[in-house]
Design a protein. Structure first.
Length: 326
């Protein structure tokens, strides 16, 4: 979608706008969302960050998905001056001015850290929000030293972008997400996060994210997704937690997935972008418990990803199952 197409849709008489989910656990799904709720979400974010009319906002993500659309809506609702660049891996590369506010995915932030001129500009962005994928331990450690506010977002298409932020930079850096005012969270019987955000979502939303709520009853942190639990021989393990253990000690791109097994019910499978799997096997033996050891290792040319850069979990499971058949 082009910017002009988005503006045309936004200014149309229709009270709703068509968006698509990211497709991280399956095919992207279309859904109609109310423009009034998108406006409410935009006001909540701008108010939380203390943005002022006339501030600049960088649009560097595709307008096909909610993240890019919401950058535009925030600019329209809060009278921000939009700086537009084509979605790419180095969104700051050709900029002449530092935006006040920017929303990026982890890959864009990582790339920007590698070039001195982009790094200088990145550090000058007053409010940088990062979403759309996991933030590695190394990236988080680097961002902790940034002089301005860097935030990790929590949200999804159904909540019209984020409903909570956690600070990554400075003395207030935290592993806990703080919900916006008017947003309440709880856990269901399976330990999954339940969101009540009436300004942006008409119904209470039960997520598949296994979470922990802080003693204050508001802040929360995410352990992983319910559908990313491997139950092998009666032992339940969280895929994201296994990945985090390995990613702290290697730069090799990898995904942990699972496949059905007659004996154990499910077993762990590791996919890695490499030609030699032996170093990864050694890494697993060193850093994973005996229950977390993969039963199969698969070298792939490219890890399956969605268009927004998230791990394509359903496709990873398909690769693991096909490998078993072969």
């Amino acid at each position: 979608m082009t910017f002009d197409q988005f503006i045309s849709d936004w200014q149309s008489p229709s009270p709703t706008l068509l968006v698509h989910t990211s497709g991280s656990t399956g095919k992207p799904k279309p859904m109609l969302v109310e423009k009034s709720r998108m406006e409410a979400s935009a006001r909540i974010t701008c108010r939380f960050l203390g943005l002022q009319p006339g501030d600049t906002a960088l649009l560097c993500m595709p307008l096909d998905y909610i993240a890019g659309k919401m950058v535009c809506v925030r600019s329209l609702v809060w009278n921000l001056r939009l700086i537009r660049v084509e979605p790419c891996g180095h969104p700051l590369q050709h900029l002449d001015e530092v935006p006040t506010f920017a929303a990026m995915v982890p890959m864009q932030v990582y790339n920007s850290l590698q070039a001195d001129n982009e790094l200088r500009m990145l550090k000058q962005i007053k409010h940088l929000i990062i979403g759309g994928g996991a933030i590695s331990h190394e990236l988080e450690a680097t961002l902790r030293t940034f002089p301005n506010a860097v935030w990790s977002t929590y949200g999804m298409t159904e909540t019209l972008s984020h409903i909570a932020l956690r600070r990554l930079s400075g003395a207030n850096a935290s592993e806990w997400y703080t919900p916006f005012d008017g947003v309440d969270v709880s856990l269901n019987k399976d330990g999954c996060l339940v969101i009540n955000a009436p300004e942006v979502c008409a119904t209470t939303l039960t997520t598949n994210d296994i979470a922990e709520i802080d003693s204050d009853g508001r802040r929360f942190r995410i352990r992983g997704r319910r559908d990313n639990v491997v139950c092998s021989g009666g032992i339940k393990m969280q895929i994201e937690e296994i990945e985090a253990k390995l990613q702290a000690h290697t730069d090799v791109p990898l995904i942990i997935t699972k496949r059905a097994d007659e004996k154990f019910g499910e077993t762990i499978v590791l996919l890695a972008e490499c030609n030699d799997i032996e170093p990864i096997k050694e890494l697993c033996r060193e850093w994973l418990s005996k229950y977390e050891q993969p039963h199969a290792y698969i070298c792939v040319e490219r890890l399956p990803q969605t268009e927004t850069g998230k791990p394509a979990r359903a496709e990873a499971m398909r690769i693991a199952s096909d490998y078993m058949i072969k």
